[in-house]
Design a binder for this molecule. Structure first.
Ligand SMILES: Nc1ncnc2c1ncn2[C@@H]1O[C@H](COP(=O)(O)OP(=O)(O)O)[C@@H](O)[C@H]1O
Ligand SMILES: [Mg+2]
Length: 475
């Protein structure tokens, strides 16, 4: 009874299944065998070219079917070729899920149980897809392993890796997963949320975005650092990714991550990813190794996907020696961010903390109906250290009553520094912020929101701000 109620409360995600006639099933089986033969005979050099395969399939169908005596049309043959291709090189049953950019996660929890998905809008959903036998599921996991040149077997029953499209996969087979094979795919969003999307959804205000734009670019004299803090899945990485749009296109950026998640539009980016140790327990590359190495790569900006352990000290050393940086960190408020940074296992000396300009708190807020929304709930500046305690100055704060992010600062240390170094008055800086606010508002009004489009306008602004403003204001 309880089970029935639980089942009812999870919305359903229906996939229209591809149906095959008995004849088509036979063709598919033959094609599959051909493909395997081909792969075996060409050994290591086997490479699938989609176009060539489609051609091979068409030729195969022509040889097996006859347009006249089987009474079929060219259209049918072409469509069937495409359908078969999808089946052969795709992900079989779950292929439609892989291609739905609205899904965050695909979860296969075993045989004869529905495949679950996490939908960006509707949350957890139950699909009408089900693996009826273990063999079918193992074949899928095997084919994924092959795609990324890895293997999964009794000896190493856990597979953790990244698909070519950037999605993260984790698969297990018995005996580690007692009830049969499991597969979890955390999908890579092909069209990431940009700063304009975040303004539209009120995660950030246009005023705060314009303020950050000025501070992160720093008018070429001081590009500000920031730690984006918050709970699990609060949107830290997404906000970080969106804010990187403001980095001056001239900067040399190095990103360091456990899992490649960041999608930075800039031309000059080196992406680094950590590596676990191999089966002989060797070859591990940690975050700290990569942050240390990045210092030899002469970066302007180091971006650490998620700061967790001793790489924090290395990062702060870099920040204290004139590099700028970004990172995310798991914590619930600005004060806790400092506490976590300065204690085990990060153990950053308090004196080094003043290298951070901003702590940006990212929050996921749940409404009564279970739907959630995300807000930057606070921005604090690190203003100094007094008697061993880090002094914070709150400059922006989200007001839950009117759902606005309010500017609560009397003054900003970062703006004061930029003013000093650039020779521009604070008023001039505010004028520049309001100009940038006009540019962002324009993109918002005209729904210019994709990574490429936003980046184009920002680059144009960096080249010739007057021209961009004049065009927007129709002068
Ligand atoms: N401001 C936002 N509005 C809507 N969806 C968001 C927002 N921020 C994040 N998400 C979605 O929430 C999920 C988790 O976000 P992520 O940035 O990876 O969180 P975190 O890094 O805090 O764990 C992603 O699927 C992302 O697309
Ligand atoms: Mg993250």
């Amino acid at each position: 009874m309880t089970e029935a109620i639980n089942n009812n409360s999870i919305p359903e995600y229906e996939v229209l299944k591809q149906k095959y006639t008995p004849e088509e099933k036979i063709l598919l089986k033959e094609l599959r065998e051909n493909l395997v033969d081909n792969a075996i005979s060409s050994g290591e050099t086997f490479q699938i070219s989609e176009e060539r395969l489609l051609n091979d399939i068409k030729n195969f169908l022509y040889s097996r079917l006859s347009l006249e005596s089987d009474n079929i049309s060219i259209d049918y043959l072409n469509n069937l070729s495409k359908k078969l291709l999808q089946n052969l090189i795709g992900y079989g049953q779950i292929d439609p899920l892989i291609h739905d950019d609205d899904l965050e996660e695909i979860m296969i929890i075993g045989v004869n149980k529905p495949v679950f998905v996490y939908h960006r809008q509707y949350g957890m959903m139950k699909t009408n897809i089900l693996f009826k036998n273990e063999q079918e599921l193992i074949e899928l996991i095997d084919s994924i392993a092959r795609q990324i040149n890895r293997r999964i077997d009794q000896e190493s029953p856990i597979l953790d890796g990244r698909l070519l499209d950037g999605s993260r996969i984790n698969a297990t087979i018995p005996p580690v997963s007692a009830d049969g094979p499991s597969l979890t795919i955390r999908k890579f969003k092909k069209d990431p949320l940009t700063i304009i999307d975040l303004i539209k959804s009120k995660t950030i205000s246009v005023e705060l975005a314009a303020f950050f734009w000025l501070c992160f670019d720093g008018l070429g004299v001081k590009s500000a650092n920031a730690i984006i803090s918050g709970g699990t899945s609060s949107g830290k990485t997404t906000t970080l990714n969106a804010l990187t749009a403001f980095i001056n296109p001239k900067e040399r950026i190095i990103t360091i991550e456990d899992t490649l998640e960041l999608q930075i539009p800039h031309e000059h980016v080196i992406r680094m990813e950590t590596r676990p140790s191999n089966t002989e327990n060797r070859g591990e590359l940690t975050m700290n190794d990569l942050v240390k190495n990045s210092l030899r790569q002469r970066p302007d900006r180091i971006i650490v996907g998620e700061v967790r352990a001793n790489e924090a000290i290395t990062l702060f050393t870099a920040l204290n020696t004139g590099h700028s940086g970004f990172g995310t960190l798991h914590s619930n408020d600005a004060r806790e961010t400092i506490t976590r940074l300065t204690n085990e296992p990060m153990s950053v000396p308090v004196i080094m903390i003043s290298a951070i300009d901003f702590i940006i708190m990212q929050n996921r807020i749940y409404k009564a109906d279970g739907v959630s929304f995300r807000r930057i709930s606070e921005v604090a500046e690190v203003v100094g250290i007094e008697e061993g305690t880090v002094q914070l100055n709150k400059i922006f704060e989200w007001n839950p009553e009117n759902d606005e992010i309010e500017n609560v600062a009397v003054s900003s240390k970062t703006l004061t520094e930029i003013s000093k170094l650039s020779g521009k008055s604070i008023n001039e800086l505010y004028e520049e912020i309001s100009n940038r606010q006009i540019v962002l508002q324009h993109m918002l009004d005209y729904n210019i929101r994709s990574v490429g489009d936003v980046n184009n306008i920002l680059e144009m602004y960096y080249e010739n701000p007057r021209q961009v403003l004049n065009r927007i204001m129709g002068r």
